[in-house]
Design a protein around this ligand. Structure first.
Ligand SMILES: [Fe+2]
Length: 287
C-alpha cells in the first residue's frame, strides 16, 4: 500500500476556485482538506450522539456490547444523524466550507460508518468490505463523496483507493442494483439501522472474479479533516483487527449545475439503475 503523502496522495492543498476543485475531483484527484469550524462541529455532534449510546470511549464499544446490541445502538445513532436536522445542517455547512455551496449543492445526508473491531468475518458485515465505486449505488458521475473521521486515524484504519482503476472498468455486477427497488420498502435498508440481517438477503454490487487492481493508495487523517473524492473512484474499506473500532461519516453530494450540464467523472462500468439524486436534500430546502 502506498504510504500517506507518497506521491502527494491525497492532495492536501486546493488551489483555484470551487469550479476548479470540482474539475480536479472529476479528474480523479483525492483531496484531504484541513478541518473547518463546521466539520469540527459535525464530528463533535456525531461523537456526542455516539457517546450517549455506547459510552464515552466508542472505539472500544465492541468490548462492552454483543453483536446484536451494538448493531441496535449504533443503528439508532445512524438514524439520528441521517434524519434529524442538526446532522443535516452541519453536513450542509461542512460541505459549504469545503467548496460546495449550499445554494448549488444537493446531498444525501451523512451516514455514520462503524467498522467494528473483528467484524470483518461476520457475513452480515460482508458488503461493508466489498471493493466498489459509490456510483454503483445509483449515483451519477457527478457525485462527490465527502468523508470525515471521528478520530485521528492511521492508514491501516481508513480505506484504500485503486487510482489506476479510477477511469478503467472493473468487472462487476452493478446491474443488480436498482435504486427505486432498494428504497421501496422504506429507508431503513438504505441507511441500515433496522434490519440486522438485511445484508444476508439483499444483494449489493460487488466485483466479479479476481483482477489485479494495481497499487492501493491509503491515507492517514486527523479527526474532522475533510476527504473529498469522486464517487467513480474504486475503493475498499480495511478490516479492523487491532482492538479499536473505527467511526467515520460520509455523504454523497452533487453540484446541480455540473449535473445538469452533464459534467462529472468517467463512469466506465456503472450499470446500476435508478437515481438517488431526486431523494437528495435539494438547495433551498429548510432543514
Ligand atoms: Fe464507498
Amino acid at each position: 500500500m502506498t504510504s500517506p503523502d507518497d506521491a502527494g496522495f491525497p492532495d492536501r492543498t486546493r488551489s483555484g476556485d470551487d469550479a476548479e476543485l470540482r474539475r480536479k475531483l472529476y479528474g480523479g484527484t483525492v483531496f484531504l482538506l484541513p478541518a473547518t469550524t463546521a466539520s469540527r462541529l459535525l464530528v463533535d455532534y456525531a461523537r456526542d450522539c455516539l457517546d450517549e449510546e455506547v459510552g464515552p470511549d466508542p472505539r472500544t464499544c465492541h468490548e462492552r456490547y454483543g453483536d446484536e446490541e451494538l448493531f441496535e445502538r449504533v443503528g439508532r445513532v445512524r438514524r439520528r444523524i441521517y434524519t434529524e436536522p442538526t446532522g443535516q445542517r452541519l453536513l450542509r455547512e461542512t460541505a459549504a466550507s469545503a467548496g460546495f455551496p449550499a445554494a448549488e449543492t444537493a446531498f444525501d445526508p451523512a451516514r455514520l460508518r462503524a467498522i467494528i473491531h473483528g467484524a470483518a468475518d461476520n457475513p452480515r458485515a460482508a458488503p461493508v468490505y466489498y471493493p466498489h465505486r459509490d456510483t454503483w449505488y445509483g449515483h451519477p458521475g457527478a457525485v462527490v463523496t465527502i468523508w470525515t473521521a471521528l478520530d485521528d486515524l492511521d492508514p491501516a484504519e481508513t480505506f484504500v483507493f485503486y487510482p489506476e482503476r479510477f477511469d478503467r472498468p472493473v468487472a462487476n455486477d452493478s446491474e443488480i442494483f436498482d435504486y427505486d427497488d432498494w428504497v421501496s420498502r422504506g429507508w431503513s435498508l438504505k441507511i441500515g439501522w433496522q434490519d440486522r440481517n438485511a445484508s444476508l438477503t439483499a444483494r449489493y454490487p460487488q466485483v466479479v472474479g479476481r483482477e489485479d487492481y494495481g497499487p492501493a493508495a491509503g491515507f492517514s487523517c486527523r479527526a474532522g479533516e475533510i476527504l473529498l473524492f469522486s464517487g467513480s473512484h474504486f475503493h475498499r474499506t480495511l478490516r479492523q483487527d487491532r482492538g479499536l473500532s473505527r467511526f467515520s461519516l460520509d455523504a454523497r453530494m452533487v453540484h446541480l449545475g455540473d449535473y445538469a450540464a452533464g459534467a462529472g467523472a468517467p463512469d466506465s462500468d456503472n450499470r446500476s439503475r435508478g437515481s438517488a439524486v431526486p431523494d437528495y436534500i435539494q438547495p433551498g430546502t429548510d432543514i
